[in-house]
Write a protein that binds this ligand. Sequence first.
Ligand SMILES: [Zn+2]
Length: 199
Amino acid sequence: MRLACIECDLLVRVGELVGRQRAYCPRCGHLLTVSTEDGLTKALAFAVAAAVLLAAANFFPFLSLRASGLEQVMTLPGSALQLHRDGYTSIAFLVLGPILLVPGAMVATVVALLVPLRRGVFAPWLVPAGRLLSFLGPWSMVEVFVIGVLVSLVKIAAMASVVLGISFWAYVAFAVCFTAALSNLDRLQMWTEIEALAS
Ligand SMILES: [Zn+2]
């Protein structure tokens, strides 16, 4: 199986890895793949948990602000809707895309890939889904968003009292499960299994 190094684009032929062996790029030293036992099963479990948490993050208050007797409750979709109403539709998409739409699509793709792989059956969408996942990866900004919220909270806290809602905690838990799902999803193992089922 040949893997492209995502740092320097070198095509590397990687043999079968056993135990917790790692493969590094011979040119730049970037970690190409780690073989993990049950890595794909863990990735599927984390992806399902991430899907539930991301759905929950949409339906509850994200945070509420209280200042001089006025209270403003904000939800994630609500904040984008407000930007759209104020005439900033492109910014609404820039907000929603990397934090909700792209991560949501990635979680759905991981589940659609791993359910057939774990059952050992071929599905016609396996190859396009594997490619879609690599394409979407750089557009997801889940961790950036969580850190951004925390930084802006420090600033807002000086002006108003801020109460973090259920949705905020659901999103933080989602970020943890999302990262765990992707780090357990080994590209080499995934493509080896897809190839074995396709032939
Ligand atoms: Zn490299």
